[in-house]
Write a protein that binds this ligand. Sequence first.
Ligand code: AMP
Length: 214
Amino acid sequence: MRKYVIIGAQGSGKGTQSLLLARDLDLVHISVGDIFRWHVKSHTKLGAQVRRTMSAGDLVGDDLVEGVVRERLDQHDWNYGFIIDGFPRSRRQTEFFLESYDIDGVIHLDLPDEEVRRRVLARRLCSKCGMDYNLIADRPTQEGRCDVCGGELVAREDDTEDAIAERLRNYRAKTDPILELFGRKEYVVTVDARPDIETVQRTIREELGLPMPR
Ligand code: AMP
């Protein structure tokens, strides 16, 4: 069983790289941001609690996040392991995680702030099926329309200049120290997230001693 954490600023490719690893190695991909977005979209009580915080680019409170992660991992549907994306994001979350789960590695995707801004502002999502697009590298065939279902492409509510600046500040202030905590246990591999998707994926696998993509 393999248990990984993936850490990186917004737009560093956490989601994409996690999915590639998950698909090939039969890992369950757990994205805390996706879980929250589902709650917001489904108008649950939890959704109402986190909606404002999320759209301002702030971090949701540790208690709430830890509850969501525990509940998700308690489902035990991860026979071959998991890769968790978007958690932990603070010192406290890291301590909670290290106490509760033993992990095999932390993948740190490293991306300079300028590139984060450029990538995040180009990000689009289909409002109907949720398919991801990127106006730099992965443009839809017809502008503003999803290639798969024809739905309208929209920016994520928290992908605005102000929210990105706030998220980056949060990221640098809170997430960087996490790497130090994990680093003490020699879990962390830092990978340059600037190259194309396949190169980044190969580097991750090289660093973790995993089989190369098929
Ligand atoms: P993401 O899709 O990972 O960028 O997450 C979107 C938003 O969900 C973040 O900007 C936070 O508001 C919230 N969120 C996701 N994961 C966490 C976490 N581990 N701690 C606190 N807030 C989180």
